[in-house]
Design a protein around this ligand. Sequence first.
Ligand code: SF4
Length: 365
Amino acid sequence: FCPTGVLTIRTNMDEVWAALADKDTRVVAQIAPSVRVAAGDAFGLPKGTNAMGKIVAALHRMGFDEVYDTSYSADLTIMEESAEFLDRVANGGKLPLLTSCCPAWVKFVDTQFPEFKENVSTCRSPQGMFSAVIKEYYRDPAHAEGKKTVVVSIMPCTAKKMEANRPNSYTKGEKDTDIVITTTELIRMIKNFGIAFDKIEPEACDMPFGIGSGGGVIFGVTGGVTEAVLRRLAEGHDTATLEAIANCGIRGEEGIKEAVVPYNGIDVKICVASGLANARKVLEQVKSGEKEYHLIEVMACRRGCIMGGGQPIPAGPRSKAARAKGLYDADGSMVIRKPNENPLMDVFYNGYFKGKAHELLHNHE
Ligand code: SF4
């Protein structure tokens, strides 16, 4: 308790309970990749356990109508960001391309390095993309069936609450993400509801948006976005190709990592940074001409979203390593590893959402 209120963090759990209690509301959840390897900490599961199936089951018990994995829209992010990157390279666009998944990093560029604002990808974050897609789907009266839709996003940090309120997080004048709760708020809700999380049987996500690739899952750890982009750009999908990408220098918990990857006759220079002190160092080096890159991935939290401020604490060295391993293990056990091989990507681009990618998946200011 902070007597001055300075340290008070507003929770959004009551808004979720209210939406769940309204029978005229369809409540749809999306769960960020990093949440699955941290939520189990609060229920005595071994560190880094992938508890995604249990989280899905718990949300179903609470009354959520549909539960999805944000790795679906992480795949969309890779499709769009890769296309944007190739377009900038081919047509002399602003380089290096800076990733836009982390709202704290985007805010950092806005306020500390405004000269790099045009370098930031126009792609919405996976949270923003997924919410816009869900809301668009249920704008169709044939899908809505007379119900209002509320999107609840379960994320590893409070920066995602700020992102959901940004002016560019609205589509057709409507807020895309209605409510954001952190992993710790999710844990409190599970406990308040009386669910025996350690005993609940895992359940699968719902359809029509319930498939994500392994590339989407590793978004939760530093270097994961870049690895997914490289998978997208690679021709093959055999084990040797995926291992070569994993070992090119972008994995590991160092705060700044570099890699050079040949692609279509150019040596693509990549930097992966986590932690804003490291990001500052990288941008200063680019500004001074000391370093030159084509692509820079930044996550504001050291080691990425697995260590987000909304995740259970304390998380010592054992937790940090276990959470990263948990995501890589989850990726390794998946049938679809490359975002572009997710069958729902074809459904998105050539089916119901055909022609809507720019409107739904990009920031417009
Ligand atoms: Fe949030 Fe940290 Fe992930 Fe950025 S890196 S999205 S601040 S958890």
